[in-house]
Design a protein around this ligand. Structure first.
Ligand SMILES: Nc1ncnc2c1ncn2[C@@H]1O[C@H](COP(=O)(O)OP(=O)(O)OP(=O)(O)O)[C@@H](O)[C@H]1O
Ligand SMILES: [Mg+2]
Length: 431
């Protein structure tokens, strides 16, 4: 408004002088924009280096035991130092260069004004402008200076924000999980439902991990899936929960597809114990309930089935004990059992266990399977395991090979068939 106002008055007083100023301004602005362009990428470099440093810092701290055990502190801390120096260098460069070019723009602007003043004085000498008018023009010019300078400096703020904005936009440009309309609830009024997978193909990249996979599990049935490491079993679990979208094929729960059910309803009723369960640096209770409303009694019941009640009771704060970052204060097997208790507490209709008992000793695992049998009876269960003890809990075994189900049958049958299963588990028969 100040700019428009003063420009109008100047036009009215002496249009020739005013035009000179108004034409001169864009020239100065053009020059400063050229200056600004030279520093606009610096802020992005600074932000990027900060991101690299923070990532290296979190990674190193998270893996500190590994780093120390491998005697690699020197390397990792050295790398951190290097990243920190980069942040410093980029920040210093970005700061002083932006500042310098901001001041250079200001200087250019002042210079422009001085030229204009000279022209104005000459106009007094050679034309009809009185000294009083000239002084008035100078004063109006004075009014104009600060808004123009503010506008010029705006570009530096804009470039700084632009660097950050690029990073935010990269994040926003990532595709969201598909939102299915949902609405159908096959779990309503049913204790459990069956699972049916038809012609499922999926790959993380070019290579297919699952190829034309077919499988069906009757309601209430317990099925084990075995197969070579890296065969795609955990991938199948993620697809069942809709964490990834298959390239082709359908997955049905109780006759309805994932799309019809909607992912929210699906995940409410299908619970999974992941191969690498994550725990939060919070109390045992919070890790069990994950924010759901559950009574202490229910928590203890779940812990009892998961064979973890004695351990938690022995802790001074019981359910309120903090488990530490990623559960560091618990042993590997205790973490797994906590994840199992979490699943039990969710009271799902369908249970998926992905290597859920791999870190337990034989006796604890046996007790756990005994205690779980009652909970799992009447719930469709998918057990993914390498150990025979876990596989034997199932009514039927599916053998995963080359991205599809290669063998299907119970333990005795598969051993007799002499296929991959017999090769994996045949020698354990006598044990
Ligand atoms: N997030 C991912 N991005 C890219 N590739 C992946 C990803 N997760 C798994 N893979 C690849 O997919 C293949 C199947 O992995 P998956 O975890 O399903 O195997 P798995 O059968 O569960 O093995 P294991 O018995 O060792 O747990 C592997 O070759 C792996 O390298
Ligand atoms: Mg796996």
């Amino acid at each position: 408004l100040t700019l428009v106002g003063t420009a109008t008055i100047l036009m009215w007083m002496n249009w020739k002088l005013a035009l000179l100023i108004l034409l001169f301004n864009p020239l100065v602005i053009f020059a400063t924009v050229q200056l600004g362009k030279r520093v606009k990428h610096l802020k992005k470099l600074e932000n990027d280096s900060t991101a690299r440093f923070t990532q290296a810092l979190t990674e190193t701290l998270e893996a500190i035991q590994e780093v120390r055990a491998g005697n690699r502190q020197g390397f990792f801390l050295g790398r951190l130092g290097q990243r920190a120096r980069e942040v410093r260098d980029f920040a210093v460069a970005s700061q002083w260069k932006s500042d310098a070019s901001g001041r250079a723009s200001g200087l250019l602007f002042q210079f422009g004004i001085d030229i204009f003043r000279a022209v104005a004085m000459l106009t007094v000498l050679f034309s009809d402008l009185s000294i009083g008018q000239m002084l008035a023009v100078f004063s109006y010019l004075w009014f104009m200076i600060s808004p123009v300078e503010q506008l010029l400096n705006l570009q530096y703020a804009y470039y700084a924000a632009g660097g950050a904005l690029t990073r935010i936009n990269e994040l926003l440009a990532r595709a969201d999980e598909p939102q299915y309309p949902g609405g159908v609830d096959p779990f309503r009024n049913r204790d459990t439902v069956g699972i049916e997978v038809r012609d499922l193909s999926f790959g993380y990249g070019e290579d297919k991990v699952l190829e034309h996979l077919d499988l069906s599990i009757a309601p209430g049935e317990k099925v084990a899936i075995v197969g070579a490491s890296g065969g795609g079993k955990s991938t199948l679990v993620q697809l069942l929960l809709g964490l990834y979208t298959p390239q082709s094929g359908v997955i049905r729960f109780g006759g309805s597809t994932q799309q019809e059910i909607g992912l929210t309803t699906l995940r409410e009723h299908v619970a999974v114990v992941l191969q690498h369960p994550s725990l939060f640096n919070d109390s045992v209770r919070a890790n069990l309930t994950m924010g759901r409303e559950r009574s202490d009694e229910a928590c203890w019941q779940a812990l009892e089935i998961a064979q973890l009640d004695a351990t938690i009771r022995a802790l001074p704060q019981g359910l309120d004990s903090i488990v530490g970052r990623s559960g560091v204060r618990l042993s590997g097997g205790q973490r797994q059992r906590l994840a199992i208790a979490r699943m039990i507490l969710a009271q799902p209709r369908v249970v998926i266990l992905d290597e859920a008992t791999s870190a337990l000793d034989a006796a604890t695992e046996y007790n756990l399977h005994q205690a779980m049998a009652k909970f799992l009876s009447g719930r469709t269960t998918l057990i993914i395991a390498h150990r025979l003890s876990a596989v034997k809990q199932a009514d039927r075994v599916l053998v995963f090979d080359g991205g599809r189900i290669a063998e299907d049958g119970d333990h005795q049958q598969l051993i007799a068939d002499g296929g991959l299963y017999a090769r994996l588990y045949g020698h354990l028969q006598q044990v």
